[in-house]
Ligand binder design. Structure first.
Ligand code: NAI
Length: 504
């Protein structure tokens, strides 16, 4: 979808890897496929089984997916999945996160709309919601890079890259352009995280230049949350970094009736994954009463993604027609209407294929449809993606992180002594990001993990040496202290590539 390559192949049919999932997964997947079959999807699509989830974890496979399943997904380039159980404890990681990261599905696209028959405070107040959240899907704290640094301190690294920001922003604008969305916002916290969120916002603005027809805005994420609750209809599409996007997209699901009505697509250059966002609902699994709407809506995103716009419109209209008439499963809807089980709910939608809603505009049904082209350039190896090249980088110092229970004053004395005969001087000591030396407040509480900042002395020319002098300084410090890590302080084309401590 993003970055279509020159070697595009127009297929006569598409293969899609299918993983029904755990708990209610197989029940809602059966229902969705039955509906899709009735609508004619199978004329264009072949689903290939991919073994993933609990059955694989139970075999001791900590990745939760078989090699054959990985191959199937890579060959298809598309995957349709039900919810999967994340093992509690042990080494098993969330398969959902693993899939997105492993196959580089860098953008999570979720659509939130007011649906007839799904009552919410907003629908009751006559406030219509129709909005997309685009969440960066790979980076941020979701890299899961975490370390225990001292007795009392644990760290999670937040990684934000320029190419990662570019990919997700470009995808958002391309999607907005295709769907006729007139305004796209960037949600961020660049007022506090000036470098990471600042980069996310900057690259959003750069991507926007190629789409002059789309208006842009930016909003700090906490204000965004309030605005979404107070006046959700003011947003059409919001792009956010991973963690903030995760939280905001569930907030938006709440606005339209919960996770059961919020479809999700994970879009990558080569592989895209479509899934329901709710879990495996173990409390109702096997009872045949689960609501398949979220998976159906995600499946609709998938068949639109491959070009089946007519079929998707037919299914969507039938689904909305059913919801409008009060067709429901037990987890939602008008208490005065009968509760249907999963199969009855599905058949009610099938019965309405060809019909549309009356209280809201039906989705226009195109006359024809054709499968869209797929990128034919399967990568031979992992690609290095780059945004900035030819940047002049100069070493101007280093931050050294220490596990020590010393007081600030004693630590400063030790550090000044150690750096005496080096090109560096001690400039700042901070604790939990707050400056505690050379100035600070007695009210600042310190923990057993410090950052000591060394910068080159006035008589040293920036860039006159590389990293090795910093490593030598760290080595000297390590003779007496536990060095947890160090970060180079560099300028990039003359601009500081590091932040100041709070209070510096
Ligand atoms: P859950 O979403 O499975 O259940 C929360 C509540 O919502 C339960 O009362 C459940 O019955 C109900 N519910 C969920 N989906 C429903 C549906 N389609 N129809 C009717 N009712 C529905 O969340 P929970 O209990 O926190 O997680 C259970 C398992 O699911 C865990 O192992 C978790 O790791 C996994 N999970 C998987 C996800 C995925 O594969 N994308 C996402 C979230 C959780």
């Amino acid at each position: 979808m993003a970055n279509p390559s020159s070697s595009m192949i127009t297929p006569s049919s598409r293969k899609i890897a299918l993983a029904p999932g755990d708990g209610i997964g197989p029940e809602i997947m059966d229902a969705t496929l039955e509906l899709f079959k009735a609508a004619g999807v199978m004329k264009h699509v072949e689903f290939l089984p991919a073994q993933m989830g609990k059955s694989e974890f139970d075999k001791g496979n900590s990745r939760g997916m078989s090699e054959a399943a990985i191959k199937t997904v890579e060959e298809c380039g598309l995957m349709f999945k039900g919810p999967m159980e994340t093992p509690k404890g042990g080494g098993g990681k969330s398969i959902n996160v693993t899939l997105r990261k492993m196959f580089n599905a860098f953008a999570n696209l979720r659509y939130f709309q007011t649906l007839p028959g799904v009552h919410t405070p907003y629908s009751k107040a006559g406030i219509p919601i129709s909005m997309y959240i685009v969440r960066e899907n790979i980076e941020d704290t979701y890299g899961g890079v975490e370390h225990r640094l001292s007795n009392d301190m644990i760290q999670c690294k937040r990684l934000i890259s320029a190419p990662g920001c570019d990919e997700v922003s470009r995808f958002a604008f391309q999607t907005a352009h295709r769907m006729g969305i007139k305004k796209v916002h960037c949600g961020h916290k660049a007022n506090i995280m000036k470098m990471t969120d600042g980069l996310f916002l900057d690259r959003f603005k750069v991507a926007a230049r190629d789409f002059p027809e789309i208006e842009t805005g930016d909003v700090i994420v906490d204000a965004l949350c309030m605005n979404l609750v107070v006046k959700p209809q003011q947003y059409q599409m919001v792009v956010l970094p991973n963690l903030q996007g995760d939280i905001v997209s569930d907030l938006c699901a709440g606005l339209v009736g919960g996770l059961g009505f919020a479809p999700s697509a994970n879009i990558g250059k080569h592989i895209s994954i479509f899934e329901a966002v709710h879990g495996t609902a173990p409390d109702i699994a096997g009872k045949g009463i689960a609501n398949p709407t979220s998976l159906i809506l995600s499946g609709l995103m998938m068949i639109r993604h491959i070009g089946l716009l007519r079929t998707a419109a037919l299914v969507e209209n039938a689904l909305i027609c059913a919801l409008e008439e009060g067709i429901r499963t037990g987890d939602f809807g008008d208490a005065g209407k009968p509760v249907l089980n999963t199969a009855q709910f599905t058949h009610a939608i099938i019965d309405r294929l060809g019909k549309g809603p009356k209280t809201i505009a039906a989705t226009p049904v195109p006359e024809t449809e054709a499968l869209s082209a797929i990128p034919g350039n399967k990568p031979e190896r992992q690609e290095v993606i780059r945004t900035f090249t030819d940047v002049v980088r100069q070493v101007v110092g280093c931050d050294i992180y220490l596990d020590t229970p010393l007081s600030t004053v004693s630590l400063a004395e030790e550090m000044q002594r150690i750096c005496q005969d080096t090109p560096f001087k001690l400039t700042v000591i901070s604790n939990r990001g707050t400056q505690v030396w050379p100035t600070g407040s007695a009210y600042t509480e310190c923990v057993d993990y410090y950052r000591v900042r060394f910068e080159i002395r006035e008589n040293v020319v920036p860039g006159s040496f590389g990293q090795s002098r910093c490593v030598a300084l760290m080595d000297k410090i390590a003779e007496k202290f536990t060095v947890c890590s160090y970060e180079l302080l560099r300028t990039f084309d003359g601009i500081k590539g590091y932040s100041l401590a709070q209070g510096q």
